[in-house]
Design a protein around this ligand. Sequence first.
Ligand code: NAD
Length: 352
Amino acid sequence: MGNETINLGIIGTGGMAANHVAKFKEVGGCHILSAFDIDFDRARVFAEKHQIHKVYPDFEPFIADPDLDAVSIVTPDDSHCSISLKAIEKNLHVLCEKPLALNYADAKKMADAAKKKQLINMVNFTYRNASALQKARELIQNGKIGEVKHVEASYLQTWLTAKVWGDWRKEPKWLWRLSEKHGSKGVLGDVGVHILDFATFPIGPLASVHCLLKTFHKAENDQIGEYRLDANDSAIITCEYENGAIGTVHTSRWATGQVNSLSLKIFADQGAIKINLDESMDHLMLCRGDNVETSSFVPIACEATPNIFKRFITSVRTGKNAQPDFEQGARIQKLLDACFRSHQSGQTVKII
Ligand SMILES: NC(=O)c1ccc[n+]([C@@H]2O[C@H](COP(=O)([O-])OP(=O)(O)OC[C@H]3O[C@@H](n4cnc5c(N)ncnc54)[C@H](O)[C@@H]3O)[C@@H](O)[C@H]2O)c1
């Protein structure tokens, strides 16, 4: 699309949408043209606050606007597939929030539809924006720490034990995340997708998973209003990588004292890498060479990575799809499906 302004529509105007708008506004040549939410009043207030001039009460005229080039989908998880498919049908490029869908079949349908129409498609695995993660991948791919043997990854949140982001008992934006009927795949679908992407991007794909999920009792009759609190809120996955390494990946909303903590430790036969995003997004800790004998780690500064909003707009301009795309969203969805099957059967599940 050369240097033309890219006109963007925001679908879903809740908590995360404000972050999308703020970040897209920082990207040169991107104009936020319109907004839509099933709650029209919320959309109107949002549009006014963010100076978005077109706001629609109905989806059809919103998506059919001939001035639209692309959409950013920031709705609850169970609507990502149907909305993406409608946008793709209208030849719109799509940035979709994670998890891409609720299962692999839907995610693959989305990836195939976007590919068929040659439209830019990306899924917001936010932590790809951490340059430490990008550097870890580069170091491993260039053989700087040798053969990876053992991995430890975690994504820990405390919002069920502390009101750091508000009171989950009272706010729909937290309650839908606790309820399968409201389209949640639990902590695994909410932030487990991030840590599965984080734990595989630098090292390579998984060959198998063994998963234990737990939904803890947290309200009378495990119900608050219309929300049945049945979605998992802690997950532990043991996994084997295709390259033979093994690891543990775990995630919880019950991690008292951890607001939003991602950590990755990668141990290889000639070195090790540690990433702790609470400490730094743009530094990793590296142990290699003589430091292996003394078990010493040194901080490595990592060159900044353009964030996904910038990468998305650049992709629309150049026609070259950046990562993570819908195919990657679908790969992670396949891991999620395998985790649920493993939890139900108590067996290790191969990723095929
Ligand atoms: N990448 C990240 O780090 C990150 C962080 C937070 C949230 N998210 C994702 O963003 C999405 C939205 O989360 P949120 O926290 O903003 O939720 P939210 O509940 O605050 O907002 C969701 C909004 O979508 C609207 N909505 C619901 N169904 C809709 C539909 N069919 N069409 C249009 N609008 C609809 C709701 O009315 C609400 O305003 C989720 O998929 C979540 O997983 C991602």
